[in-house]
Design a protein around this ligand. Structure first.
Ligand SMILES: Cc1cc2nc3c(=O)[nH]c(=O)nc-3n(C[C@H](O)[C@H](O)[C@H](O)COP(=O)(O)OP(=O)(O)OC[C@H]3O[C@@H](n4cnc5c(N)ncnc54)[C@H](O)[C@@H]3O)c2cc1C
Length: 377
């Protein structure tokens, strides 16, 4: 079979692959995306779509804050197509210790030029009367928002295809040392570069990649318009979200523009079984109801799971493979890949095209892991 020769072949049409296709095609590169399922069907479909600035470290803050700027520009023309809402996030502080954590967060975000406001208990209940009594307060982050991720992925891919990018429905079986790519049906492609954006399945193609799946459960309710107005996240979330092992649940509630409430989320290592686990779902829902008790009387319509791709240091892995020429990576985005997709794509495109990006690319390079530096093709 004659094979096309794109400048860049992207493996995976999730939000990361779609954003990269968009950014690379915008620079005039010939792009082919190989997706084994439908665009935006992996973790991208499972994710909550919360666009949130995270500040566990400088690199995470720089990437998420920049990406949020890019999101606000991207959705500006047709916010309804993304089901976008600039709902803001309230980080809920249960006690004085968490209020102290909220103040530290406020200081960091303010120093970075991000708009936020400390809420005492009175202002918290004014904004969110459904929260249980006795909470200490919280931090409101104004620029955060939400999208419906599979739709946004589709819009990014459509824009790339309109510029001439090809979308191939197929499964990549392996990537050869010479940079050629072999599909499950035997088709061999010879791109200039290969970009692996296969989410939690990336390590199946690049075994030395230090990413492991982190399973998450999510549930969505019937329509209860106005029940909550902001994305509500417990400050304790920060501890559970970054645990390197063990199962955890955290209170994370989202008001969908439809009036539905999206309830997250759980984190589990050591499983790739997509089945909804009733014990984990029950634990997550019970925990959510300790924050918003009226939730216990609501109808849950649907629940599902997804696999995040977790890297050892919690930062995504973006850039050239240090030991395999022509192979590039954009994966390991864990629970923040919807938020950080657009900045990820700009970092990839800037590095491929020899441009300077708005933030340094160093903290995200695959070469920070010794197993990547010492890999063999
Ligand atoms: C429960 C949950 C909640 C989340 N909530 C949020 C949130 O609120 N905010 C946020 O920012 N992030 C959130 N995330 C994280 C976010 O969803 C992911 O980081 C992001 O979707 C990763 O996108 P991706 O394109 O790397 O992976 P995916 O969306 O998984 O895409 C990878 C694609 O590659 C394809 N693929 C894999 N292997 C092959 C192959 N061999 N050949 C061809 N195609 C292949 C797959 O079919 C898939 O479509 C959440 C994740 C989960 C699981």
């Amino acid at each position: 079979m004659t094979s096309p020769s794109p400048d860049v072949l992207i493996i995976g049409g999730g939000i990361i692959g779609a954003a990269c296709a968009d950014a690379l095609s915008a620079r005039g590169l010939r792009v082919t995306v190989v997706e084994q399922d439908v665009v935006g069907s992996g973790a991208t479909a499972a994710g909550m779509g919360h666009l949130v600035v995270m500040d566990d470290n400088e690199a995470e803050l720089a990437l998420s804050a920049w990406s949020l700027e890019l999101w606000r520009e991207f959705v500006a023309e047709h916010p309804e197509r993304h089901e976008y809402s600039r709902c803001g996030t309230i980080w809920v502080a249960a006690d004085d210790e968490e209020m102290a954590a909220a103040r530290v967060k406020a200081k960091t975000l303010t120093a970075h030029g991000l708009s936020c406001a400390m809420l005492d208990a009175v202002s918290l209940y004014e904004r969110e009367p459904q929260l249980r009594p006795g909470l200490a307060g919280g931090l409101l982050v104004n620029g955060d928002g939400l999208v419906y991720p599979p739709k946004s992925a589709r819009l990014l891919m459509d824009r790339a295809v309109a510029r001439g990018a090809a979308l191939v429905n197929g499964s990549v079986h392996h990537v050869n040392a010479d940079g050629s790519v072999v599909l499950a049906d035997g088709t061999r492609l010879h791109p200039g570069r290969v970009l692996v954006a296969a989410g939690s399945r990336s390590a199946a193609l690049v075994p030395e990649l230090p990413v492991q799946p982190k399973k998450g459960h999510v549930a969505i309710t019937d329509r209860y318009p106005g029940f909550i107005r902001h994305q509500l996240v417990e400050l304790g979330y920060i501890k559970s979200a970054h645990a390197a092992s063990g199962d955890s649940v955290a209170f994370n509630l989202q008001p969908r523009p439809t009036g539905q409430i999206l309830i997250g989320s759980s984190r589990q290592f050591g499983t790739t079984d997509p089945a909804v686990e009733h014990a984990m779902m029950a634990r997550m829902l019970r925990h959510a109801a300790t924050f918003t008790p009226a939730l216990a009387n609501m109808n849950v319509l649907r629940c599902w799971t997804g696999l995040r791709a977790a890297s050892p240091d919690g930062l995504p892995i973006i850039g050239p493979h240090p030991a395999r020429a022509g192979l590039w990576l954009a994966t390991g985005h864990e629970g923040l890949g919807i938020t950080t997709s657009l900045a990820t794509a700009q970092l990839v495109a800037a590095q491929m095209c020899g441009e300077a990006a708005a933030i340094p690319h160093m903290p995200y390079l695959p070469s920070r892991f010794s197993q990547m530096r010492h890999a063999h093709g």
